[in-house]
Design a protein around this ligand. Structure first.
Ligand SMILES: Cc1cc2nc3c(=O)[nH]c(=O)nc-3n(C[C@H](O)[C@H](O)[C@H](O)COP(=O)(O)OP(=O)(O)OC[C@H]3O[C@@H](n4cnc5c(N)ncnc54)[C@H](O)[C@@H]3O)c2cc1C
Length: 400
């Protein structure tokens, strides 16, 4: 039997689910197949390291759509199914179960996978390289009984999970090689203040150190660090970054770089194949450079955009995405190039707590982070779009 679909979406995450909405805005009848490796309907990942731990959301609240949505839009959902290869010449995909589907348009919305640590014991049973709902479900059960956790990684996933576990009354040790928390994004003054806050909350912060091996004694994990420390814990969670899922793209000869290369219409280097979300390396028009973005708002919008373009819209992706995070009482939204290597100017209403950080290059605002301030994104986006040389003290009071 031949399986033919007008649209095939590989990846049952946020970008994939948004693409369904994009397609259906323009094409209400074309057949859609979505293939997802996980055994869950598309869900939101941010609550996995935040709201689910604070009782603000239950697992059933994080699904992006209910089953009725997929039925209503006539989407065939193939879950727990992995696509093994794409054949652009015959316009087919084949799953690991060796079932082949023909597509009219194909979207690769395969996201990212967690990086693992290539050290002795780095693959020991029970270590959690945190990324999925199943990871959350597993460590939540251990956290409910356990007393201690080691969290490796001082970026956002590590920092959010460390806070979540601390709030859930576990003894948490954080280990990371950098000098300060979230040092790729936070300027050093904010990183220092945040690190102080973590220590005051009772988290043991081991900066400028890293694990060199892991082992296990019964159910207890043992972490050995470069500086000669040994830490025992009930939970061992690693959040040291992600890499884009590009195997399918590479396997069928698509151009790849720091992600699957797409043009402004989100088309890859082969006809009728698109990519969107965490895995796409795309031209960010306002910043004038190719980038890959691993954030929720980007996957939401680029996925939808790709869906519209697959259905014939032919619209360049001009959206300026934002991202957000919550670390204890400190929440922020940021947009543009928010890179701690740039020059920064901070306009605080309350130091290292409420205010705005501007990220500048050659006198121009490239990125803006709004700390504990809501609904200011449009002002920030406009400032970046203007691309004018501005003296830092003229920025004071611009966004309040
Ligand atoms: C714990 C956590 C917290 C986060 N918090 C925030 C936050 O606070 N703010 C923010 O802006 N962003 C946050 N993010 C990032 C945000 O969730 C991602 O940017 C977003 O999920 C990307 O969506 P995506 O659809 O591109 O990829 P994904 O959500 O990764 O979905 C891709 C899906 O494709 C599947 N897949 C891959 N290969 C195949 C294949 N060959 N066959 C079939 N299926 C395949 C994967 O299994 C996966 O389910 C967080 C991420 C995590 C993990």
């Amino acid at each position: 039997m031949k399986h033919i679909y007008d649209y095939v979406i590989v990846g049952g995450g946020l970008a994939g689910a948004s693409a369904v909405k994009g397609i259906r805005e323009l094409d209400t009848v074309g057949s859609i197949l979505m293939v997802g490796k996980e055994n869950h309907m598309p869900y939101d990942r941010p609550p996995l390291s935040k709201d689910l731990w604070f009782g603000k959301k239950k697992v059933e609240d994080i699904f992006l759509n209910d089953r009725k949505f997929y039925d209503k839009h006539a989407v065939t959902l193939l879950l727990s199914a992995e696509v093994a290869r794409v054949e652009p010449n015959s316009k087919t995909i084949t799953t690991t179960y060796d079932v082949t589907y023909e597509y009219g348009k194909l979207l690769l919305a395969t996201g990212c996978k967690a990086l693992t640590l290539p050290i002795p014991g780095g693959d020991i049973e029970g270590i959690c390289y945190f990324r999925t709902l199943d990871d959350f479900l597993r460590i939540r059960n251990i956290a409910a009984q356990g007393k201690s956790a080691v969290v490796v990684g001082g970026g956002f996933i590590g920092s959010e999970l460390a806070a979540a576990l601390n709030i859930n009354k576990l003894h948490v040790t954080m280990i990371f090689p950098g000098a300060l928390l979230c040092d790729r994004v936070f300027p050093d003054y904010l990183g220092r203040a945040m690190q102080q806050r973590y220590s005051e909350k009772g988290i043991r912060v081991m900066a400028t150190d890293k694990p060199v091996s892991f082992s296990k004694n019964g159910a207890t994990f043992i972490t050995h660090t470069e500086k000669g420390k040994t830490i025992e814990s009930d939970l061992l969670i690693v959040g040291v970054g992600v890499i884009p899922e590009m195997e399918l793209a590479k396997g069928c000869g698509l151009e790849v770089g720091n992600g699957i290369v797409v043009n402004e219409y989100l088309e890859t280097s082969r006809p009728d194949i698109y990519a969107a979300g965490d895995n796409s390396f795309f031209p960010y028009r306002v910043l004038g450079q190719m980038v890959r973005i691993e954030h929720w708002d980007h996957a939401l919008n680029q996925g939808k955009w790709a869906g519209r373009n697959m259905a014939g819209a032919h619209e360049p992706y001009t959206y300026q995405p934002y991202f957000y995070s919550d670390l204890f009482e400190f929440g922020y939204e940021a947009t543009g190039e928010v890179d701690s290597k740039l020059e920064t100017f901070a306009d605080w209403q309350k130091e290292n707590d409420i205010g705005v950080i501007y990220y500048l290059h050659a006198g121009r605002v490239r990125g803006v982070m709004m700390c504990n301030l809501c609904d200011k994104l449009e002002l920030a986006r406009e400032l970046i779009r203007k691309d004018e040389i501005i003296m830092p003290d003229k920025l004071r009071g611009l966004i309040r």
